[in-house]
Design a protein around this ligand. Structure first.
Ligand code: TEU
Ligand code: CA
Length: 536
């Protein structure tokens, strides 16, 4: 029913706790800070928040290295602070989705501490251990995402352990039934605490090939300079068929908590078919996202191709699209600051659920950081080839103060606030009806209130029928038919579009008033579209 299906077509606002609001004034964001600022989130007309990890962690990967799945890191507060956050969110009508990093733990987790003692302890096989080759080298050729080999030698066990990310993020062995159960129990802990769902980190990484087969090499043209994992297909270290059954077990648990939901993160070489398989039939994940739009730059053809590739997988699926998050260049920069609103307008036209990342509603560009300021191991290890992820993780801009109102002026925030963010701060845009923030609020309200946008089917317009730089979809629900066009080009020359040539079945039409866009008047079959604008 509708109450339980709230997530279908919903907009989810992602909060990176370290960088949202610092309530106890130590330069690092915290749960109490988030609670303080939930009114801002609610004012955006979103349905839910997704909190990046706030669990006990040595913070080598800023919380994506969990040392205790059932507690809050003291840096972020306590379980009581979390309960207060959930209560406040619910009072404001916001659902709460929390991050779950099940694939790997921190090397500080007691499970790993025990596992590495010897080869016979009770948790000996909870992680992926492999014998050295006769010459002492790692068991196979697998590479890690943040530099070097995916294997680290442990002197006590005289074996290597697997880690797809940092050395301090050992990979849990999901082929072991006790590991599967332990992680399900951890999920239940949070469901009992009242969360509305989970965002699953690298949800296609849970299982590996136990035969430890070498990954095949990647063709040279697909290798990304500096990214070690891009030198080979991620074929045997991730995405094994056993995962489908495990996702069904997760779903069975979630189904005990009506109205709860899941969104999986899918990385890898060809993630769109996986996203379809994981969400098909509404029996595994509710939603999933890939990096396809996160890595997009506002190119009409590329957008079409991603949507077409996903549509090929069938329509019994449910994507979640995002343009920005804590891993990629902010969309105001990748799409261009002049197209920040246009980017969100296109996002809102798509079939699926949506994620918005803190600061996206302000049009914050990617922060520029000096090497000395970098904190992300990915950026530090692979500097200067790889930019790293600090540029999208700098503190949220609340006001025009030096630290953007995130923490007091006298305190040094964990990452500096970019001077270009200060004039874009919430306090500055709040009062102005023509600000991007005000427009985003209206856009999300329009999207939220439109059944055809939230639930409708989607038909892609063929690029061959559209002018270059124009992206378009038709959304349908019952007898409603909504044509969404966006001119992603630049310049001053309007394009004249003849609706008859689109083969869209649109005859009499009327355009909706889109925030910040000039509304074209119906002139028979023709409409004229300026670069940088959209029409619905
Ligand atoms: O990200 C998975 C992932 O594929 C990214 O590591 C990506 O390759 C990288 O950020 C470069 O863009 C998830 C989390 O979102 C990320 O923050 C974690 O670091 C990672 O998993 C490990 O848990
Ligand atoms: Ca703090």
């Amino acid at each position: 029913d509708a109450q339980h299906d709230w997530w279908r077509g919903a907009t989810i606002y992602q909060i990176y706790p370290r960088s949202f609001m610092d309530a106890n004034q130590d330069g690092i964001g915290d749960l109490a800070g988030i609670t303080e600022k939930l009114d801002h989130v609610a004012s955006l007309n979103v349905d839910a928040i997704w909190l990046s990890p706030f669990f006990t962690s040595p913070m080598d990967d800023f919380g994506y290295d969990v040392a205790d799945y059932r507690d809050v890191d003291p840096m972020f507060g306590s379980l009581n602070d979390f309960r207060a956050l959930v209560d406040r969110a619910h009072a404001l009508g916001l659902r709460v989705i929390i991050d779950q990093v099940l694939s790997h733990s921190s090397d500080q987790h007691v499970w790993f501490q025990e596992s590495r003692q010897d080869r016979t302890n009770a948790k000996a096989d909870w992680y992926v251990w492999g014998d050295p080759q006769p010459d002492g080298t790692p068991p196979n050729n697998w590479m890690a995402a943040f530099s070097g080999r995916a294997w680290t030698f442990d002197a006590r066990r005289r074996q290597y352990y697997l880690h797809n990310f940092l050395e301090s993020q050992p990979d849990l062995n999901f082929h072991h039934p006790d590991v599967q159960q332990a992680q399900l129990d951890n999920l239940r802990f949070w469901l009992e605490l009242g969360v509305d769902g989970f965002r699953f980190d690298v949800v296609n990484y849970y299982f590996h090939d136990p035969a430890l087969t070498d990954n095949p090499p990647m063709p040279r043209e697909r290798v990304q300079l500096g990214n070690p994992q891009s030198y080979q297909f991620q074929r045997h270290n991730i995405e094994q068929p056993e995962n489908l059954a495990y996702l069904e077990r997760i779903r069975a648990l979630l189904d005990e908590y009506p109205g709860s939901t899941t969104v999986g993160e899918i990385a890898g070489n060809d993630p769109l078919p996986t996203m379809a398989a994981y969400t098909a039939g509404d029996k595994r994940l509710h939603m999933a996202y890939t990096f396809d739009l996160l890595d997009s730059t506002g190119d009409a053809r590329a957008l079409h191709d991603v949507q077409a590739r996903f549509a090929e997988q069938g329509d019994d699926t449910w994507p979640c699209w995002a343009l920005s998050n804590h891993d990629v260049v902010r969309s105001a920069t990748s799409w261009g600051e002049d197209h920040a609103l246009l980017a969100l307008t296109v996002l809102c036209s798509l079939r699926g659920s949506l994620c918005l990342y803190q600061g996206e509603e302000l049009g914050l560009p990617e922060a520029e950081l000096a090497y000395e300021d970098l904190q992300d191991p990915f950026g530090i290890n692979l500097w200067p080839e790889v930019k790293g992820r600090d540029g999208c993780r700098t503190p949220m801009a609340w006001d025009e103060g030096t630290n953007g109102g995130f923490c007091p002026e006298a305190v040094a925030p964990w990452l500096p606030v970019d001077a270009r963010h200060r004039p874009l701060a919430v306090a500055h845009q709040d009062a102005d009806d023509d600000s991007l923030l005000a427009r985003v609020r209206r856009l999300l309200q329009l999207r939220g209130a439109s059944e055809v946008l939230r639930q409708g089917d989607q038909q892609l317009l063929e690029p061959s029928r559209l002018p270059v730089d124009v992206f378009g979809v038709i959304r349908t629900l019952g007898d409603q038919r909504l044509l969404c066009l966006a001119h992603l080009g630049r310049g001053n020359d309007a394009i004249d579009i003849d609706l008859a040539t689109l083969d869209a079945g649109i005859e009499g039409w009327q355009s909706l008033e889109l925030p910040g866009m000039t509304t074209p008047q119906a002139q028979g079959n023709r409409l004229s579209l300026l670069p940088g604008t959209a029409v619905w």
